[in-house]
Design a protein around this ligand. Structure first.
Ligand SMILES: [Fe+2]
Length: 252
């Protein structure tokens, strides 16, 4: 699996504190079935500058663990002071990871989409379930062209019931294109396998496969994600084709 959002590079932010912790995270990621990590430290001028060097230093340990490291960055909308032309995308794609961080859409959000679009860049909103309170806000962002990355921990309930409910509502509304760990060290860790099993059970294998495999792999090829709602998965279609009345909508 590909994890498109994690804080494994040591000394960059509030993620891994040192190389030993980063190496332990690599082991945990490998055990979770992850073979590619996009390293997304919180943006700061220092993190932006040091990221390639630290990634290179960790690459040997990653290779030994069977993991490929790719550069990335997580930008806070409130502190989006980097020049648009110099934003670091995820891997070699043209997709930028942005943490909006507020429940309501900022008035200047349309301008951001315009500026990024002018530079052929697209936006992935990081963990919207943690701060958005209305699905309508996500749908508006979607209309502007955003894609969404939810945290595995939120879907599994690790960030509390409000977050879990919002994650479920976003999934049902088609506002989930990727699931990532947002791992920050030994305690906020990788739970992608467990989340995949959860999604398979609640939303069907087709949905889980699209979100956990197809879309991250498309991202690595700089292709947009496939949009899918759980109701549209194969099981649902099969029931429809067989003319059965659908079961009660699965709770995500
Ligand atoms: Fe993050």
């Amino acid at each position: 699996m590909v994890d498109i959002h994690c804080h494994i590079l040591p000394g960059m932010d509030d993620g891994a504190s040192d190389f030993k912790t980063a190496e332990q995270m690599l082991q945990t990621a490998a055990e979770d079935g992850i073979d590619t990590l996009i390293c997304t430290p919180h943006y700061s001028p220092k993190a932006y500058r040091d990221c390639p060097r630290v990634l290179e230093k960790l690459a040997g340990s990653a290779k030994a663990a069977g993991i490929r490291l790719l550069p990335g960055m997580e930008y806070s909308f409130a502190r989006l002071d980097a020049e648009i032309e110099n934003l670091r995308p995820l891997g070699e794609s043209s997709f930028v990871l942005i943490d909006l961080g507020v429940p309501n859409l900022p008035p200047s959000i349309e301008e951001l989409f315009f500026l990024l679009g002018r530079n052929n860049m697209q936006i992935i909103i990081a963990h919207p379930e943690r701060y958005l309170t209305e699905v309508e806000s996500a749908l508006e962002l979607s209309r502007l062209g955003a894609f969404f990355q939810l945290n595995a921990d939120s879907i599994l309930g690790g960030n509390g019931p409000r977050c879990r409910r919002m994650a479920a509502r976003l999934i049902r509304s088609g506002c989930c294109h990727y699931v990532a760990s947002d791992a920050h060290g030994r305690h906020r860790t990788f739970r992608l396998s467990r989340c995949r099993a959860h999604l398979e059970q609640r939303c069907g294998k087709a949905y889980a496969g699209t979100i956990m495999d197809t879309n991250p792999e498309r991202l690595l090829k700089n292709l947009p994600p496939v949009s899918l709602r759980p109701e549209e998965n194969g099981n649902w279609l099969l029931r429809l084709l067989k003319g059965r009345r659908p079961q009660r909508k699965a709770s995500v």
